[in-house]
Write a protein that binds this ligand. Structure first.
Ligand code: ATP
Length: 303
């Protein structure tokens, strides 16, 4: 009886673990809003030289019909950080979903170093891209495994290096079990800022050719926000990076800023150039500055 019980017990354990990780994967797809309906029939080999990304004459509508992107042209220059800003609903996050091919545009195309991303197998495309999403999914597992999930064969040295670069050392040192501390719903709960640092560390381990940061819309307190942005600046220096920005204060240093309105890019330049142009960016900047000056009863919590 005991001989039977042990394997059954073990199978039960495996089943529970698989169920837990399935739930996590489902949640991750939910967070990414994924409906993987695009055909994965490209068979060209992705050949990255500079890692320049071009959205060329892109037209896109979700299934409900309203046009979200309308003949949009946008180039992400190789080795530079481009920030995309615009009012809520302008289509900023949709750019990311198209780049990862959760959807395909109905018009135009997206090119990496001149190669249409539809002609490349999904697995190769996603290996070239890394994202720090708005809400990072943590597995009910150790910090170490949560990081290694990005690249299971990373060495101990590489792991320690990304912990330093993503400024996770304090978190690791504060907990007696260090990297073996269990995090997630059944372990240590991490703040929004800490979760973003984990996402940054994962991206560093993965070392993708193109990095995407979908800025958290949830309020991080201003100190945490500054810390995260400094870490992002550090890791994206000299690499192709796209920042989807919801708060302008975080992207003033970007190499280039593109303003989106009604599914098109209407302005482009540095923070100083766009302010001097007195256009939509300058308006958005003014509006966010006044919001910041409104007295608040308490600093938003880094939840
Ligand atoms: P925010 O700054 O508020 O995040 P955004 O500029 O990133 O906005 P998107 O999330 O790209 O905007 O959304 C653009 C438009 O597409 C919005 O009108 C939104 O309601 C709609 N939309 C987004 N996702 C979907 C979806 N999965 N199905 C249908 N419509 C969607």
């Amino acid at each position: 009886m005991f001989q039977l019980f042990l394997p059954l017990n073990f199978l039960g354990f495996i089943y529970r673990e698989i169920k837990a990780s399935m739930a996590n994967i489902e949640r991750m797809f939910e967070l990414l809003d994924e409906q993987p309906a695009v055909p994965d029939d490209g068979n060209n080999t992705l050949n990255i030289q500079q890692a320049e990304v071009e959205f060329r004459e892109v037209g896109f509508a979700y299934a409900n019909g309203r046009t979200v992107l309308n003949n949009l042209n946008l180039t992400l220059p190789a080795g530079q950080t481009l920030a995309v800003v615009g009012s809520s609903g302008a289509g900023k996050s949709t750019l990311t979903k198209l780049l990862f091919r959760f959807y395909d545009p109905q018009q135009g195309g997206i090119y990496i170093d001149g190669q249409d991303i539809r002609s490349i197998p999904q697995q190769q495309l996603r290996a070239a891209l890394g994202i720090v999403p708005q809400d990072t999914v943590l597995f009910n597992d150790t910090l170490r495994n949560n990081l290694l999930y990005a690249r299971p064969d990373a060495t101990e040295d590489e792991l320690q290096q990304v912990v330093r670069m993503a400024h996770l050392e304090t978190l690791v040192q504060q907990n007696p079990a260090g990297l073996e501390t269990v995090v997630g719903e059944r372990g240590l709960k991490l703040s929004g800022g800490e979760k973003q640092r984990i996402a940054i560390a994962r991206m560093l381990l993965k070392r993708p050719a193109i990095m995407v940061f979908d800025e958290a819309t949830s309020s991080l307190d201003s100190t945490t926000e500054r810390g995260i942005m400094a870490a992002i600046r550090e890791v994206s220096a000299g690499r192709t990076a796209l920042i989807i920005a919801h708060r302008l204060s975080t992207i003033v240093d970007a190499d280039c800023i593109a303003v989106m309105e009604q599914g098109q890019v209407t302005e482009r330049g540095t923070h100083a150039e766009l302010l001097a142009a007195h256009g939509r960016y300058a308006q958005l900047w003014q509006a966010q500055q006044s919001e910041r000056q409104v007295p608040v009863t308490g600093e938003p919590k880094d939840a």
